[in-house]
Structures are given as C-alpha cells and as structure tokens.
Design a binder for this molecule. Structure first.
Ligand SMILES: [Zn+2]
Length: 361
C-alpha cells in the first residue's frame, strides 16, 4: 500500500511551491521518501492528524428545490466513502453551539427570529435563504462543529480539521441571515479562537462569492485578518480592493476581486502573491478557511474557471502558511459549491491535501 492520493499521479508544475511542499509532492520529503511498511506507518500517522466533522443531521436543513440542498452533502459523503478517504480521518462527537457562543457573533434578535421561524414551520429569512423546521438546530450543529474544531486544534489534539457542514455561513451578518447562510460559522470559529486568547487569526475565503458577513463582523478587529478572493462584480456586491478594514482593523482586510474571465493561471499567480504578502503581515496563530468550491468552472451559480486540481494548490498554499506561522493549525469549513459531483471531487482533493499537510513540515 502506498499513499493512494499520490500513487500514479502525473508530475505537477511545482515551480511556485516552497521547497518543503515540492518535496512532499515528489515523494522525497521526510516520512514519504520510502515506500513499503514505513510509508504505510507514515500514511497512518498523517491520516490520524485530520479531524473530520460530518453528520447526517446536516441533511435535515430541508431547502427543497434549491441549489443549497441536502443532495450536496449526500454526494460528497458518498464520494469520500467510496474513495476510502473518510476511513483515514479522526472523528469526534460535538455539541451544537450554545446560545452564549452564538451571541459572541450574532445579535439576540437574529437568533430568536431564526428559532421562532423554524418553530413556526419555516419560511424564508431572505429571498434566497430558506428556513425549515430543523434549520435552526442544524445551523447550531454547524456552528458547534466550527467552535469544537478550533478548541481541539488549539488544544493540540490535532493540527487540522475539516468540517463538512451546512448551511454555509460566510454571508450571514451579525443581525441578518443572507445568501443561503443563517449563522456565520467561520466567524464563530474565529471568535472562539479569540476568546481563548489568540491575538492573530487569519481567515482565507476562497468561495467564489465575497464573504461579506465575515468581513463585516471583523472589519474593525485588528486580531482577525480576512483574505477573500472572489469573482467581481458579483453577488453580494461587496469585496472591492478598496475595502481594507476600519479603525483599529484598518489593513486587516484584503480583498482580491477577480473578473469572470480571469484565467486559472492568473488566478493562481495573484492569489499566491497576495496571500503570501497578507499572511506575512498578519502572522497568524491559526488559519481558518472558508472553503467554497463554487469557483469551479462547472458550478451552476458561480464559476470562475477553476478546475478540481486548483483546490490542490490552494490547499497547499494555506497549509504552508499555517506551517510557517501557526504551528500547522488549520480549521476548514465548507461554504459553497453547487454542482454536487464537482463539489465532491473538489472536497476530496481538499481533504487529501489537508491530510497530507503534516508531511510538509
Ligand atoms: Zn459561494
């Protein structure tokens, strides 16, 4: 048995990767230079370092004929299971986010409004955003996964965690649901890190849509660096390069808006340059990822020309930043991605590279 994620793959263009990651890809780094029993042991060791959050209860957020449907996660789950990828991850139980935890990010009126709408049988929180009877509980479970993952990573239980959750969160504002999002999961994660004493957190948002909710929540907070690459002009309309933070947070927001016709190569070169520069400025103690996959060229509501393979180098880029500044600590949360089969392939790539990240050290 060799590492299934690398066996038989063609050589990649590695010219822009740091040396440690080039070694990882080429199978020449520590822990991967030998095949056979040692490779198996290393593979198992690396595998044990990724904590995976998934749960069938996430399917109970019932949106009907809507792009953000339970079918997305069903397809992802089936694909990961068939590929044997979930066998190699650690799992834990976790609690839904407490009221107090949600209140660190959201206004009480927003939470009670969602709860009451769900209890009343559901409705629409905004024209795009459906609330079903189970949606508030499912949202709390998603936010709870985000919070739990941060706690465990900061405690040193694991270096990296991936939460395959829904509904997504990065459009949700402190006081409003928006754009399929009810609670802002990544903001809950960042606030959890701040509440246990971290001073510098980096959020990398590569969903094709601008993470307006996340940006707004931390716009004046110097402890949270927010980096977003997104299609622009596009929904939700925010995310220009001129939005850089305010007050004490001035300079801790970095937007990279890209035209629809941006080529994958141009996307890559700009992200690498801007993200490396911003990470050096923030020097994060923890890296959080708003992992949306709707910038794939086949996404029905997004699309920015990316291929599945682009989520390989994107993941490596954040792994390298985490290894450089944050003791390798990453928590990645699923955001968008609305072509279920493509989403499944993108998540598989992301998972594999997160899992392998430890060997890059
Ligand atoms: Zn999106």
């Amino acid at each position: 048995m060799v590492e299934p994620e690398t066996a038989g793959e063609p050589k990649k263009d590695l010219s822009s990767h740091p040396k440690s990651l080039r070694l990882l890809y080429l199978g020449e780094g520590p822990g991967v230079k030998q095949r056979g029993p040692l490779a198996v042991a290393c593979f198992q060791k690396v595998a044990a370092m990724l904590l995976l959050y998934d749960d069938p209860r996430f399917l109970e957020h019932a949106t009907g004929a809507h792009p953000e449907s339970a079918h997305r996660l069903q397809t992802v789950s089936q694909h990961l299971t068939t590929a044997g990828l979930t066998d190699c991850c650690r799992r834990v139980g976790w609690e839904p986010a407490s009221w107090e935890r949600m209140r660190r990010v959201h206004h009480a009126q927003h939470l009670t409004g969602l709860e009451q709408m769900a209890l009343a049988g559901g409705g629409r929180a905004d024209p795009d955003t459906i609330v079903s009877p189970q949606s508030f509980d499912v949202s709390r479970l998603a936010a709870g996964a985000a919070s739990d993952a941060v706690q465990r990573v900061l405690q040193g239980d694991v270096q990296r965690a991936l939460a395959l959750i829904r509904p997504p969160g990065h459009h949700a504002l402190a006081a409003h649901a928006m754009g399929f999002c009810l609670l802002n999961n990544i903001a809950v994660a960042a606030q959890q890190a701040l509440d246990v004493g971290l001073q510098r957190v980096l959020i990398v948002d590569w969903d094709v849509h601008h993470g307006n909710g996340t940006q707004a929540i931390f716009y004046e907070d110097p402890r949270v660096g927010f980096f977003s690459v997104h299609r622009w002009p596009f929904y939700p309309g925010t995310g220009s390069a001129a939005e850089t933070g305010a007050g004490a947070g001035l300079g801790t927001t970095r937007n990279l808006p890209l035209d629809f016709n941006t080529s994958p190569a141009a996307y890559r070169s700009q992200v690498m340059r801007e993200l490396d520069d911003f990470a050096a400025r923030i020097r994060p103690e923890l890296v959080l990822v708003s992992a949306g996959f709707d910038s794939h060229r086949a996404d029905p509501i997004g699309g920015l020309g990316l291929e599945v393979e682009d989520f390989d180098w994107l993941t490596v880029a954040v792994v390298e930043i985490a290894n450089l500044y944050a003791q390798g600590r990453i928590v990645s949360l699923l955001e968008g991605g609305y072509n279920p089969q493509v989403l499944a392939e993108c998540v598989a790539t992301h998972l594999k590279m997160l899992r392998a990240g430890g060997d890059a050290q």
